[in-house]
Write a protein that binds this ligand. Structure first.
Ligand code: ASP
Length: 301
């Protein structure tokens, strides 16, 4: 049995050459943060929260600080988290005033609700996780501000990139957990919500089936409930990478969408794959001295 194990990702898309190293470094840091929790016997939930907080803090990725701005110049964030032991899930969507949406999702997971949206989610966060509160401007990185300004000038909001982040872990007690966090697609209509905060689409965890986190064109992933589909395939005996390829083929055939998936099986086998050109991923198992990081599946030997 391969446990503990953690896998994280920083999005599936065309990664610019100058972003390759920062993306790998950011994923490695996140895997290290999660691993530190798992190694001392911490829970998979604590591990993925630590990992995704690191990714949300890193301005390289479209989540938390540095997230893509909507056409009106505001970053609206979605995040979801699930506990494979209890099937408890928690998520927030379209929040504008929290630094770490994954931590708010974690608190929702511990509450009776599963999903809270918009200004109400911002208020819920203020009341229940006040330390995460920030002003909308605190989420804007200089890079995203200038990208937005250029688009404004050109009057063109092109299709967004897919650099949502995610993490999946299996802890020493054999429990799985999964998390996704995103600024959503760059051209999204304010209030549009993709797959990332929706259990069964952007993430899922069940100790009996496996756990996964997705990134990509959220509408396609939502229409196929792809997170659940891919776990049903692994639990019916497909190898993890094969199940992912099959799920991505279905996604492309039925919706033309592109995506990337990371997953763990209940016995700690790793799967990841993408039909976007690149995907930033890092993982660590007990057999490794540190995390391995990649920006394309073809780099993995
Ligand atoms: N899946 C995200 C969404 O549709 C986008 C992404 O992966 O970057 O909101």
């Amino acid at each position: 049995l391969n446990q503990p194990v953690i896998i994280v990702h920083g999005g599936a898309k065309e990664i610019d050459p100058e972003k390759v190293e920062p993306s790998k470094a950011g994923c490695r840091r996140a895997a290290d943060a999660g691993w530190a929790v798992l190694e001392r016997g911490g829970s998979a939930l604590d591990a993925i929260e630590a990992a995704v907080r690191a990714l949300e803090e890193d301005g390289t990725f479209n989540a938390g600080y540095g997230a893509t701005l909507n056409p009106d110049g505001v970053a609206r964030l979605d995040a979801g988290m699930m506990d494979g032991a209890t099937l408890n899930a928690g998520a927030v969507a379209a929040v504008e005033t929290v630094r770490h949406p994954c931590t708010v999702a974690r608190r929702v997971l511990e509450a009776p609700e599963v999903l809270i949206v918009g200004q109400h989610a911002d208020r819920w966060a203020r009341e229940n996780v006040s330390q995460e509160q920030c002003s909308p401007g605190d989420l804007i990185s200089p890079e995203q501000r200038s990208t937005w300004q250029e688009k404004q000038k050109a009057g063109a909001f092109g299709p967004g990139t897919h650099d949502t982040v995610g993490a999946v872990a299996l802890d020493k007690n054999g429990h799985l957990a999964a998390c996704a966090s995103t600024g959503g697609t760059g051209d999204k209509y304010p209030g549009r919500v993709g797959d990332s905060p929706i259990a069964g689409s952007g993430f899922y965890a069940d100790d009996g089936l496996g756990a996964c986190a997705l990134t990509g064109e959220g509408e396609g992933v939502l229409r196929l409930t792809l997170g659940r589909v891919v776990l049903d395939q692994v639990s019916s005996g497909r190898d993890p990478d094969g199940a992912i390829l099959e799920a991505l083929d279905q996604l492309q055939a039925r919706t033309e969408a592109r995506a990337g998936i990371i997953l763990l099986t209940p016995d700690g086998r790793i799967g990841w794959g993408h039909n976007e050109r690149d995907m930033a991923v890092a993982y660590r198992t007990t057999l490794m001295d540190g995390p391995a990081a990649f920006t394309n599946k073809m780099e993995e030997k």
